[in-house]
Ligand binder design. Structure first.
Ligand SMILES: Nc1nc2c(ncn2[C@@H]2O[C@H](COP(=O)(O)OP(=O)(O)OP(=O)(O)O)[C@@H](O)[C@H]2O)c(=O)[nH]1
Ligand SMILES: [Mg+2]
Length: 462
């Protein structure tokens, strides 16, 4: 790509490829309107793209020489008040694969370049309309799968998070400037900052950073979802539980132990979070090569999981294997699910006693009883008894969290320097590093290749 001059004109299909009511071909750059002029013939003679006022539309045809490719509505948005801050033209075509592809090709033939993933948003960032955290929020909004995730992304897009980051940057700049003034004018009669003032300022900033960092777990859950592994011995009803949670028959259920071989995945929303469910092969010693491979995958799914649902058959006697399983699952992130509650009890009390005061629920996957209660317990486990997604600003991005942690480390180092009675120079140098780390979030201090990588994950046409 032309290295961040962004002075060429790009085009992309902004709607998913496939059949739909309409599909949008989107163009931006200095030549956007001129190119549109070449491929579009308006129905009304005064409605040529170059004649249209900003944010107005024209009805007409996309033409390839003498031939009409499609009937379309064309919108012109003039720089600088546009998504990218450059001229933008959107052509609403019929959502067929061929008319869209041909329209795209015509625009390319007029000199536009196919946009890179996320390049429209990248231009909005490079031209300063939004900062990097806001640009990332566009991707989060598109990927949000729950109302809560969407709300967090929208807050970030509207700049609530950036405002907090910028507020902290201002505090750091003020403090650093005061210290540096003391350095520069050390000989003159400038009032030095007292040690107590510096310590207080550092503590205040560190506390605000901690509040943001602490919100990151909730934010991560909202943004990325919760990897949930359903594990247990064969035939206890793992696949039945998967189906009961989903509300439809996704996984194969049979009375034969060892039915599920490969990991079966699907998603549901619980308590505002998206659960990425994985039904797995039952755990047992097996000579069968296929089953053994499945069991290996169960182990992997369990290691990667944020949440484990350990299923047991409440109508069967408690075996050594059950006790062993209870010992191997990760303690804090496992919910014991005692299934087949509709049958006479086999070992429930014993199992619950062995499990201690950790989360446990009785269900009947067959009848669907206890599923709502299980969802409540899942929700409590995910949000750790905390409020979950509330009204305060959430850090939803690991990149942001890491930058906040580094900022806090530098602020703590600055505080340490002040406490140790080091000169202003040392304190200020730590604070400047804190500022750099914080600036990475909004994109003022971040290497270009990292910025490129962030946008590579975007969809084409956004
Ligand atoms: N009575 C009763 N039977 C159940 C219940 N849940 C599952 N079953 C039965 O238990 C048998 C095994 O169910 P599955 O869901 O296939 O069990 P699984 O744990 O996935 O088994 P594998 O994939 O072989 O490890 C089936 O015959 C189910 O109908 C339940 O709540 N009550
Ligand atoms: Mg199964």
């Amino acid at each position: 790509m032309d290295l961040h001059t962004f002075d060429d004109t790009i085009v992309a299909l902004s709607t998913p490829p496939g059949q739909s009511g309409i599909g949008i071909v989107r163009i931006t750059g200095p030549e956007a309107i001129a190119i549109a002029e070449d491929v579009f013939v308006p129905a009304g003679p005064t409605r040529r793209p170059s004649q249209l006022q900003s944010f107005t539309t024209a009805y007409g045809r996309v033409v390839d020489g003498e031939r009409t490719v499609d009937e379309v509505i064309l919108t012109v948005m003039r720089a600088p008040k546009t998504y990218t801050t450059q001229d933008v033209v959107e052509i609403n075509c019929h959502g067929g694969i061929v008319p869209l592809r041909r329209t795209l090709e015509l625009v390319l033939a007029q000199g536009a370049r196919l946009a890179d993933p996320g390049e429209f948003t990248k231009r909005a960032f490079y031209f300063g309309r939004i900062d990097l955290a806001q640009a990332e929020a566009v991707g989060d909004l598109i990927n949000a799968r729950t109302v809560e995730a969407q709300a967090a992304a929208m807050d970030q897009l509207e700049g609530k998070f950036s405002q907090q980051v910028n507020g902290l940057r201002d505090s750091l700049v003020d403090l650093t400037a005061s210290l540096e003034a003391a350095l520069d004018f050390g000989e003159m009669d400038i009032e030095m900052m007292s040690k107590a003032t510096i310590l207080n300022a550092c503590d205040g900033i560190a506390a605000q950073l901690t509040t943001l960092i602490d919100s990151a777990e909730v934010g991560r859950v909202l943004r990325e979802g919760v990897k949930t592994a359903i594990v247990g011995r064969p035939n206890v009803g793992k696949s039945s539980l998967m189906n009961a949670l989903l509300g439809h028959d996704r996984a194969i259920v049979t009375p034969i132990p060892g039915t599920t071989r490969d990991v079966v995945e699907d998603t549901i929303n619980v308590g505002g979070a998206t659960l990425l469910l994985a039904d797995t092969a039952g755990l047992r010693e097996s000579q069968d090569v296929v089953e053994a491979e499945g069991i290996q995958r169960t182990q992997t799914a369990m290691q990667k999981a944020d949440l484990v649902l350990l299923v047991m058959d409440g109508s069967a006697p408690l075996g050594e294997e059950d006790v062993a399983l209870m010992g191997t699952v990760p303690r804090d992130k496992t919910i014991l699910v005692i299934n087949k509650d509709d049958l006479p009890a086999g070992f429930e009390e014993q199992a619950l006693a062995a499990w201690g005061d950790r989360a446990a629920v009785r269900i009947s996957a067959k009848l669907g009883s206890g599923i709502d209660e299980l969802k409540d317990v899942i929700s409590q486990t995910i949000w750790g008894g905390g409020a979950g997604p509330g009204s305060s600003t959430l850090v939803t991005n690991v990149r942001h969290k890491v930058a906040l942690e580094r900022t806090r480390d530098h602020v703590i180092a600055a505080r340490g320097a002040a406490e140790a009675g080091l000169t202003e120079e040392y304190i200020a140098s730590d604070l400047r590093e804190a500022l750099d780390a914080l600036g990475e979030i909004v994109g003022v201090t971040l290497a270009e290749d990292i910025i490129d990588r962030i946008f590579e994950n975007f969809c084409i046409g956004k």
